[in-house]
Ligand binder design. Structure first.
Ligand code: G6P
Ligand code: ZN
Length: 558
């Protein structure tokens, strides 16, 4: 029986504007009649004929509340728009890195990912949808702007209502829509990704290291997010770890009430357990599996900046890079510059991009970049076009195996060799938007005045002299596209920096991010909080943040 397509009249919703990483709103908003349908239709319209008609798309998400409903809508709308085949993770489950890998290994035309990443889930919390292109990476600005423009004028969406697929059952579901074939393959959520990890890392060596005669003391925390099944397959089944090495490995619709963000505040259980116990490594991943946090013994914290720099330094102990060579590094602008020093030592190019993984894609596709990261707990390589939490943990295990040293020793040696970029980020969440915008405007005016350069600020016995103040802009070296107003930078003579920007991933209100970085060439073993205090005070003074936001303390410190 051939199924027919129905055009359903609809009207635009306000604010379907994708942020740093897709559209994120409360579940209640996505559940409004036609809201999700409209947005999916706009994705397909923005993707255009060749990425839709007869195309292959990957669909999945992080297991959060509303996932199955959204996947069902996506299947029906894809059918209505002439898509040829969908690869859907079992029960809708696919981590963000796994989607990226599947798009690439199947030469698919793109993928639709249902996630609000590290934002809390459940009926009262967030949902999200984003589109990844055929290179496996998040859609670039031009594409998401097009989606947004279309969302403002949408009049109808196309749907095939008679398609019902059992998401639990692995296998092929064939349909005929207007005389053409439409296939929905329900696939194993982890198999393809695990194969990729086995190609990148030396699983033989890692297995001996993790579960040999002296088993590694490990605590891997999936925070009830999507990585649970991946963690179990890789660490337990492949590397021989035991059940007590992994926790929170069942993806839950509300993440068990946890905030699935791997940082010192939200991954508290991991931090407390690793501090109190005797562990060689602690690691956590976010809701959709692209972020990571790495801890050493007694919860020695590896900042994402240092993590990236250390992996860059030891890049040769990962078989993937040995085989494919090393082609450049990159970090986002707010990320501390520890990486730059390694790049210099290795004679590698290093790029400074705006916040958002999408800015790395072009450089990777052009073979100018193979390893990159962000201060926001993202680390990854050109094996896919997303950051990759489990990949980062496996990279650290590879370095530990290679050096036979502890995480703390590895970091301290790194600082002795390169100096240390002390770093912290203060987040002020759910502030009122208008005063925050005003603060950013006023601060920009102040720091871009010519007489700002050369001014000196002193606090706690330290004096910092201004070298430059600007609103960061970036021209993509590959396609020349320009991104402006990516964050305010105050750079000091000694390389220390204050950066301030508004988050692009929140679903309500404004989140101010204040990034503080102080470089020390030799004084590398101080406590980060003490070392950064003077610069933090200077940042609060210059920006007048407490006055504008009414906040005397950040919500989260990372
Ligand atoms: C997501 C993106 C990252 C980005 C982060 C920034 O996680 O995938 O690439 O660094 O958002 O979020 P923000 O809230 O600071 O805009
Ligand atoms: Zn994420």
């Amino acid at each position: 029986m051939t199924l027919t397509v129905r055009s359903v009249p609809t009207t635009p919703f306000e604010g379907q504007k994708p942020g740093t990483s897709g559209l994120r709103k409360k579940v209640k908003v996505f559940a409004e009649k036609n809201y999700t349908e409209n947005f999916v239709q706009c994705i397909l319209d923005a993707a255009g004929e060749q990425a839709v008609n007869g195309a292959v798309l990957v669909v999945g998400g992080d297991g959060r509340y509303f996932l199955k409903e959204a996947v069902d809508i996506i299947i029906k709308i894809c059918a209505g728009n002439g898509v040829g085949r969908l690869l859907v993770g079992q029960n809708g489950i696919l981590s963000t890195p796994a989607v990226s890998a599947l798009i690439r290994s199947n030469k698919a035309n793109g993928g639709i990912i249902c996630t609000a990443s590290h934002n809390p889930g459940g009926p009262e919390n967030d949902f999200g949808i984003k589109f990844n292109c055929e290179n496996g990476g998040p859609a670039p600005d031009a594409f998401t702007n097009k989606m947004y423009d279309l969302s403002k004028v949408i009049k109808e969406y196309k749907v095939v209502e008679g398609i019902n697929v059992d998401l639990n059952k692995i296998g092929t579901n064939k349909f005929e829509v207007n005389g053409k074939s439409f296939v929905v393959d329900i696939i194993d959520s982890v198999a393809n990704y695990v194969e990729l990890m086995k190609e990148i890392f030396d699983f033989g060596k890692l297995k001996a290291f993790v579960s040999g005669s002296k088993p590694l003391k490990m605590r891997i925390d999936a925070l009830n997010g999507v990585t649970g099944p991946y963690v179990r397959e890789i660490f337990i089944n492949q590397l021989g770890a035991t059940d007590d090495n992994v926790v929170h490995t069942i993806p839950l619709p509300d993440f068990g009430g946890l905030h699935p963000d791997p940082n010192l505040t939200y991954a508290k259980d991991l931090v407390d357990t690793v501090s109190a116990g005797d562990y060689d490594i602690g690691a956590a991943f976010d809701g959709d599996g692209d972020r990571n946090m790495i801890l050493g013994n007694k919860a020695f914290f590896v900042t994402p900046n240092d993590s990236l720099a250390v992996i860059a330094d030891y890049v040769d102990c990962i078989p993937y890079f040995k085989k494919n060579g090393v082609q450049g590094f990159a970090r986002s602008m707010p990320t501390a510059a520890a990486l730059d020093r390694v790049a210099k030592a290795k004679g590698q190019e290093v790029f400074e991009t705006p916040t958002g993984w999408k800015y790395f894609g072009n450089l990777m596709d052009a073979n100018r970049l193979c390893l990159c990261g962000e201060e926001s707990f993202g680390t990854g390589s050109n094996h896919i076009r997303e950051k990759d939490g489990i990949w980062a943990a496996l990279a650290w295990l590879s370095i530990m195996e290679h050096t036979k040293k502890s995480i703390e020793e590895i970091c301290k040696e790194h600082w002795k060799k390169y100096g240390r970029n002390y770093f912290t980020r203060y987040d002020y969440e759910e502030c009122e938007l208008a005063p925050c915008n005003q603060m950013m405007t006023d601060l920009e005016n102040l720091i871009t005045k010519p007489d700002f350069v050369g001014r000196e600020f002193s606090n706690g016995g330290k004096t910092y002299k201004i070298k430059l103040g600007d609103n960061f802009g970036y021209t993509d070296p590959i396609d020349g596209s320009v991104a402006t107003k990516q964050g305010l930078r105050i750079i000091f003579e000694d390389g220390s920096r204050i950066v301030m920007r508004l988050s692009g991933t929140g679903s309500s209100g404004a989140t101010v991010r204040l990034y503080i970085e102080a470089y020390e060439a030799t004084n590398v073993l101080g406590a980060a909080a003490d070392m950064l205090k003077p610069l933090i005070n200077i940042a609060l003074e210059i920006s007048q943040l407490p006055k504008y936001t009414g906040r005397n303390a950040p919500t989260v410190i990372t």
